[in-house]
Design a protein around this ligand. Sequence first.
Ligand code: HEM
Length: 131
Amino acid sequence: MDSLFDIALMTNNYSHDIATAILAISGAAMWMLSRNYPESATQEMELYFVRIYQSITKMAKYSLIWILIAGVPRVTFYKQYEWSTTAGDLQVIAIMIKHIVMFLLVGTGLFYWSKLSRRVKLLKIKNNTGG
Ligand code: HEM
């Protein structure tokens, strides 16, 4: 029973990292797609962009939710499973710095994502596919 919990917790901790990677890739993909969006797009292109935006946004949203959920057991059992006696108390500061950087990156991503969502909303209205 104990080892089952060990495996579940380690998998959870790993999933926290993987979900971060998926979130980062979603942001990068969305940035590249919108950067290369042509000035004079056809209606097919506009509809395609809206669909891609919706799929990537869904993936990013679930990743972010998962990161937050998986972070709770990770921080709860950090001392038992991940604590480094060599690094000692300094690792707490390192975790805080890492997460401040993460929150800044996620915050920047959310800012640009909300700007993009307004653009997508206009495209949906223009193409009569709902606001
Ligand atoms: C936007 C939200 C978050 C992102 C992008 C994020 C990302 C990450 C990443 C990439 C790591 C691995 C760092 C490494 O191995 O060096 C990590 C570790 C960790 N995260 Fe998060 N995290 C987030 C939120 C949270 C939350 C809300 C909690 C707690 C409730 C949490 C708790 C932890 C813990 C305990 C570790 C292990 C310590 C460490 O290696 O820094 N995280 N996180």
